[in-house]
Design a protein around this ligand. Structure first.
Ligand code: ZN
Ligand code: ZN
Length: 362
């Protein structure tokens, strides 16, 4: 991501802030700070002026890094960042200051209010930068594509390490994360899920000491972070010959996933895509076993706007990156989820995930 792109992101965000009649927006969500400035530190806030300028606040640990990453004005302070942000807003005679209602802690908000002159109006803003982030630039899509590719390669390499009866879920999760890093990822995008047999009926199972058994399904949900950008994929494989029911559920979920992918296009609502998956599972008697939404946006965070859920009215736009991941979970028996990352195009979508989805026995 080059300097011109950061400039254009900030001018888009400043225009939206101005449209909300704000003189400035105080950005406290770290992914939003990174999106607008390139700053990757763990403590930072940005005062984005409606005119387009910005000031980054951080602490002395990041003085050098912030200057290198942002090339803009950096204020470092040993005190709470809100003190410096309030002083700057006062100095610039800001009258209406937006703050990220979903991205600020209670104490930080109190601190900000107490340090600002009485006359300054604090206005809650919600999802302002997040909405801009939903639509990815070509450079961002390229980073997501690379993240997806590294993730899929790590998956293939890790599968080869499975020894039924010997390898535990935790062993395989460690192998997956090790492979990701060896292939260039900075870290996993979230805690890797490895769940065998009945354990996979918990959609967000934690990998444990359970050994991967023969003749059961194995669910793996994994994602890498590469240059800040997340990938996300779920695959289910059969270790040996799983029971016939496993095969039937797998077939149904795959059909639902393909139907949802088929429903993706610019102009469709996220709810339309969710409905396409649900319709297939209902016909198979599995709608009540599908306990989560069909997908989510991803980018600098693993879960971003839009949510691809029941009745969601958000219109999909060209350039959005979303996951498609219907599933079915049968308590005490098994769980199946199939997840790809796709990029929305004008007429449909491009499936970025290269890993095959046919029923596979190891
Ligand atoms: Zn996932
Ligand atoms: Zn996901």
């Amino acid at each position: 991501v080059n300097k011109a792109e950061y400039d254009s992101r900030r001018s888009s965000a400043a225009a939206v802030a101005a449209g909300h009649k704000l003189d400035a927006l105080l950005v406290t969500g770290l992914p939003n700070v990174r999106y607008l400035t390139g700053f990757t530190g763990s403590n930072g806030a940005v005062l984005l002026l409606a005119g387009g300028g910005f000031i980054l606040f951080t602490d002395p640990r990041y003085t050098i890094q912030a200057a290198q990453e942002t090339g803009g004005r950096v204020v470092t302070t040993r005190k709470p960042l809100m003190d410096a942000a309030a002083a700057e807003a006062a100095r610039r005679r800001i009258r209406k200051l937006g703050f990220e209602a979903q991205r600020i802690g209670f104490e930080a908000h109190e601190r900000l209010r107490s340090k600002l002159p009485r006359a300054v109006e604090l206005e809650p803003a919600r999802g302002l930068v997040e909405t801009l982030r939903a639509r990815k630039s070509p450079a961002e899509l390229e980073l997501i594509r690379r993240s997806v590719e590294v993730n899929s390669r790590a998956y293939e390499a890790a599968l080869r390490a499975i020894r039924p009866g010997k390898t535990s879920e935790a062993d395989l999760a460690a192998e997956i994360e090790h492979r990701m890093r060896r292939l260039g990822a900075e870290k996993p995008a979230f805690e890797t899920i490895v769940a065998g047999g009945e354990h996979a009926a918990l959609p967000h199972a934690h990998p444990g000491k359970r050994k991967l058994g023969a003749n059961e399904l194995l669910l793996i949900d994994m994602g890498a972070t590469l240059e800040g950008y997340a990938s996300d994929m779920t695959r289910v494989v059969s270790v040996g010959r799983a029971p016939a029911e496993a095969r039937r559920v797998y077939g149904a979920v795959l059909e639902a996933q393909l139907a949802a992918i088929d429903a993706v296009r610019a102009g469709a609502t996220a709810g339309d895509v969710d409905r396409a998956a649900r319709k297939v599972l209902r016909a198979k008697g599995l709608d009540r076993a599908f306990v989560h939404s069909t997908g989510h946006g991803l980018g600098l965070e693993i879960h971003e706007t839009p949510r691809v859920g029941k009745g969601d009215k958000t219109r999909l736009e060209e350039g959005m990156a979303i996951t498609i991941e219907p599933g079915a979970y049968l308590e005490g028996k098994l769980g199946v989820r199939i997840e790809d990352t796709v990029a929305v195009t004008r007429t449909g979508c491009e499936v970025l995930t290269p890993t095959p989805k046919d029923y596979r026995e190891l």
